[in-house]
Design a protein around this ligand. Structure first.
Ligand code: NAD
Ligand code: G3P
Length: 336
């Protein structure tokens, strides 16, 4: 009998824990790394994650540790599930501990501030591995639903299709159905920008602008994401797939989305400080809207919705004034 695939999941937040559960349900031997020893202890003793997924019973072939070396030892897959802006510093500490041929898997949906690097680029840069050793899992994957084993599809992207297929097999369960894709640029961009569009739709929902506004923002959000993707060499079809449209629809429809909820609170009139204070988990779009806009400017791409989100979240513009400006933009053809 062949030995089970070993997976280290670095991050015991909501998605790290839920995806660890998927891997364990698919038959992998899973070790979660938790920053706080008391959380690792709670996971092992209660078989739940009381801080991030209370009430969800975790499988027996998943355990937690606060010792990164122990988690990473002999891992076939090293899954990174921490906030995007903390990846570089954490991975620099973990790199000497990585198993020699491990495949690094990003669950993160963000773009690094300053460098404007996608998460797979940060991984290649810090861990000094080639693109064929880095994979991305993305798509409409709200952690709470997956933890309840509700059905979801996903995309597993890697430039090396065989590596993507290995990861696909390692996380395929009766409720989690991953597809492979070799367009890593498109898959990552789609995931990061949908958080920004999720903020915009949340703001519109909080303002009570209705479903026509929501449909319009999702569609034009996808249009500006695709424009950026094309400028960066992505396959435009990726954006109408699970990583693009699929994730946008899930995020923009769900009160479980942290980005959507963050936007809704702003749209209802909460200040940025009040909104941050009531947000207990990572809403990646809040920081990544700035790096996405930076990326758009570097590539000479117009992203009016992203620009609007930055102006509301980081420049103190009122949602009402921002809406007026968006609606007053010059009339133009739908396709350019
Ligand atoms: N939650 C979801 O539904 C979901 C789904 C798909 C993708 N994602 C993406 O997965 C990534 C992780 O999100 P999450 O939902 O698990 O977030 P979370 O807020 O639930 O958990 C974040 C985890 O990172 C840890 N952490 C925070 N700051 C850290 C630091 N400086 N160093 C090391 N660890 C730190 C926290 O302790 C926690 O374990 C994000 O990029 C998010 O966009 C989330
Ligand atoms: O809760 P959010 O807004 O980070 O969204 C979670 C996932 O990305 C949905 O696919």
């Amino acid at each position: 009998m062949s030995k089970p695939v070993r997976a280290a999941v670095m991050g015991t937040g909501s998605w790290g824990t839920a995806f660890g559960m998927v891997l364990a349900d698919a038959g992998c031997d899973v070790t979660l790394w938790a920053r706080r020893p008391e959380l690792a202890e709670a996971v092992n003793s209660t078989r739940t994650n009381p801080d991030y997924l209370p009430g969800v019973e975790l499988p027996g072939n998943l355990r937690a540790t606060a010792d990164a070396a122990e988690a990473l030892r002999d891992a076939d897959f090293t899954v990174l599930a921490i906030p995007s802006q903390t990846l570089r510093a954490n991975l620099a500490e973990w790199t000497p501990l990585l198993a020699p041929d491990t495949v690094l898997v990003s669950l993160m949906k963000g773009v690094e501030l300053g460098s404007t690097m996608r998460m797979s680029e940060v991984i290649e840069d810090v861990a000094k591995v080639g693109a064929d050793r880095v994979a991305v899992v993305t798509g409409p994957n709200l952690a709470r639903e997956i933890a309840a084993r509700m059905p979801a599809l996903a995309v597993v992207a890697c430039t090396d299709e065989q590596v993507a297929q290995r990861l696909q097999a390692a996380c395929h369960t009766p409720y989690f159905r991953p597809y492979t894709n070799t367009d890593v640029v498109g898959c990552e961009l789609a995931g990061a920008v949908k958080n920004v569009i999720g903020l915009a739709v949340g703001i519109a929902d909080g303002m009570g602008l209705g479903d026509n506004a929501k449909g319009s923002l999702i569609t034009r959000g996808l249009a500006e994401t695709t424009r950026l993707g094309l400028a960066m060499g992505a396959d435009p079809l990726t954006f109408s797939g699970l990583a693009g449209l699929g994730d946008l629809v899930a995020t923009c429809s769900s009160p479980l989305s942290r980005n959507h909820t963050f936007g809704t609170n702003l749209g209802k009139g909460m200040t940025l400080e009040e909104t941050i204070a009531v947000t207990r988990q990572t809403a990646e779009g809040v920081k990544s809207c700035e790096s996405v806009l930076d990326l758009a400017r570097r590539h000479g791409v117009d992203m009016p919705i992203t620009e609007t989100v930055v102006s509301i979240v980081h420049e103190g513009k009122s949602p009402v004034a921002a809406l007026k400006e968006l609606m007053a933009r010059s009339a133009k053809p739908e396709r350019r």
